[in-house]
Design a protein around this ligand. Structure first.
Ligand SMILES: N[C@@H](CCC[C@H](N)C(=O)O)C(=O)O
Length: 285
């Protein structure tokens, strides 16, 4: 199997082209391919471009635990860069269909900068989803190991919960992230998790725990959700630089909470994976 590996600020994906592999990998194979020790290793697989009547291209986004994500900001920038590198797009805007909606992408600066109109953020419980009566999930208490945190939930196609706090850290993201991700009684589809630190009216810092992937160095949909929450709280203006551990993502929030995201995507190389990877039995996680 032939993969093209890219990263977006350290959030790494393997692009699998249907021209090289007509069948999308099964959840079991995805886990093996993405495994950091037993496979090629990545934060996910981007399977595409697939054909669709609704947009220029269709994309499937697979998490390393074998689940399928509705949207990925970094994944969309990487996929755009892959389409550009393989001559399928130029510097003109094009559309991509994901499970979480159709987005518009544009590759600039010879491939170095990619802009994505990510869609609209909603804080509504039925859209995210969050259990309980229909409402916007704003500043609600959530108790973890006897401590109460304030939380905001949001969707930009995929689900997010954002915890504003004075100081974020990787350690806390790795402690709270897996508990919140799998709080099924509250988040029936699981959730991505962001710890949010407001730096000033145009800058925020986040630490990320991704649904189906764990701790990651950057996330485009997480940056979109966290910036939207910072603006909704009244703490930030509409132009926000999101400082992720792996680097910065630019977010602009529209009147209707539509999100424009700008950032890089970097090609790592092309890899041929032996079929033997798929025949292994992995030790329990
Ligand atoms: N890294 C991504 C998010 C990928 C999907 C996520 N793990 C989910 O399950 O929703 C990004 O950059 O947005």
């Amino acid at each position: 199997m032939i993969f093209s590996k890219y990263h977006a600020l350290g959030n790494d994906y393997l692009v699998l082209d249907p021209e090289d592999c007509p069948q999308c990998p099964s959840p079991e194979d995805t886990v093996k391919i993405c495994h950091r020790n037993f496979g090629l290793g990545s934060d996910g697989i981007l399977y595409g471009p697939e054909k669709t009547d609704e947009a220029d291209f269709a994309l499937r986004i697979l998490n390393p635990d074998g689940s399928e994500a509705e949207k990925s900001g970094n994944g969309l920038r990487i996929f755009s860069r892959y389409l550009f590198d393989t001559g399928r797009v130029t510097d003109k805007p094009f559309t991509v269909k994901t499970l979480g909606g159709i987005v518009t992408c544009e590759v600039r600066d010879g491939g170095d900068t990619i802009e994505v109109e990510m869609g609209r953020v909603s804080f509504h419980s039925e859209k995210i989803p969050v259990t309980g009566e229909p409402r916007e999930v704003l500043d609600e208490p959530v108790e973890i190991k006897g401590k109460t945190w304030r939380s905001y939930a949001a969707t930009i196609g995929n689900p997010h919960v954002v915890l504003p706090m004075d100081k974020v850290s990787k350690e806390l993201a790795c402690e709270l992230g897996p508990i919140l991700e799998t709080m099924i009684g509250r988040f029936p589809n699981r959730t991505n998790v962001q710890l949010l630190q407001i730096l000033d009216r145009n800058n925020i810092k986040i630490e990320i725990w991704e649904r189906g992937a764990g701790y990651t160095l950057a996330s485009g949909s997480s940056s979109s959700a966290a910036a939207a929450v910072a603006h909704k709280m009244g703490a930030c203006d509409r132009d926000i630089t999101v400082h992720c551990p792996g680097g910065d993502i630019g977010i602009r929030i529209g009147e209707d909470f539509s999100i424009n995201m700008v950032g890089p995507a970097t090609r790592v190389g092309r890899y041929e994976m032996d079929e033997a990877v798929l025949k292994q039995t992995l030790p329990p996680a």
